[in-house]
Design a protein around this ligand. Structure first.
Ligand SMILES: NC(=O)c1ccc[n+]([C@@H]2O[C@H](COP(=O)([O-])OP(=O)(O)OC[C@H]3O[C@@H](n4cnc5c(N)ncnc54)[C@H](OP(=O)(O)O)[C@@H]3O)[C@@H](O)[C@H]2O)c1
Length: 248
């Protein structure tokens, strides 16, 4: 599954799933633009990309900042000349409950990053993806289908359900231009997610039917398949990678 001469943008590439996706594309010789806010972490992942295949373009940007989104697309085109694959991976969780009275703030912050920013990055990237008949992969979550038990994650659950529907609506609209749009919904995955959310809860303790959680490389494998020509008939689909979590 070579991606030689393909250009890929991965948002949230500084850790976890996004880092694994960037490294996997670099291994397959893609030209990768890595986006995130933490420059130190981005640089570490970039070194691994370079060691494994190709040197990425590192862009320090906040995807909720409209000017920074415009320039990350511009910089990618200036550097690599085109865009074939957009991976909308960046995401976060902000805790808040209805009864605690802090849900509205959590909702606004979560929707801004997990949905509005994805819509904006997609909008800015679109003309370039139409030119290459490229494709988009949104990293959603099983939380978009089955709400997690913790009420404090309600905003996160809503954001991923919205991202699933955005994926399907975009797939339908962009099908007329030959651009495919799919999502991948992981269950619990080893990453910095809970730490970045300010929680000490370990996802390792989440029970799943297969008795384990996933490594981020497993999500990257599915992303590369969906981004490749092997998936040329797949659009508007959501691929669940959850060790059976959603069944339990
Ligand atoms: N881990 C899981 O169990 C799991 C399960 C289902 C779905 N997911 C989804 O998988 C995706 C990746 O999460 P992860 O598990 O890899 O967690 P992570 O290690 O916390 O990675 C999140 C990434 O998103 C970036 N990010 C967050 N807000 C951003 C912003 N405003 N602008 C730019 N980048 C931003 C972070 O980079 P900076 O901090 O450098 O900005 C980081 O690279 C998320 O969409 C998450 O919802 C994760």
């Amino acid at each position: 599954m070579s991606f030689a001469s393909k250009v890929v943008i991965v948002t949230g590439a500084s850790s976890g799933i996004g880092a694994a996706i960037a490294i996997a594309f670099a291994k397959e010789k893609a030209n990768v633009t890595m986006v995130g806010r933490n420059e130190t972490k981005l640089k570490k992942v970039a070194e691994e990309c370079e060691r494994n295949g190709s040197k990425p373009l590192v862009i320090v940007a906040d995807i909720t900042n409209e000017d920074q989104v415009k320039s990350l697309i511009k910089e990618t085109i200036v550097k690599f000349g085109k865009l074939d694959v957009l991976v909308n991976n960046a995401g976060m969780a902000k805790f808040g409950t209805l009864m605690g009275g802090d849900m509205l703030q959590a909702y606004d912050e979560t929707m801004k990053t997990n949905v509005r920013a994805q819509v904006h990055v997609t909008t800015e990237a679109l003309q370039h993806l139409i030119q290459t008949k490229g494709n988009i992969i949104n990293i959603s979550s099983v939380a978009g289908t089955r709400p997690s038990k913790s009420a404090s994650l309600t905003s996160y659950n809503i954001s991923k359900a919205a991202l699933n529907h955005f994926t399907k609506c975009a797939a339908l609209e962009l099908s007329t231009r030959g651009v495919r749009v799919n999502s991948v919904s992981p269950g619990p995955v080893r990453s910095d997610f809970m730490e970045n959310a300010g929680s000490t809860f370990s996802l390792e303790s989440v029970p799943t039917p297969l008795g384990k959680i996933s490594g981020p490389e497993e999500i990257a494998d599915v992303v590369l398949f969906l981004a490749s020509d092997r998936a040329k008939s797949i659009t508007g689909s959501d691929y669940i990678v959850d060790n059976g979590y959603i069944l339990s």
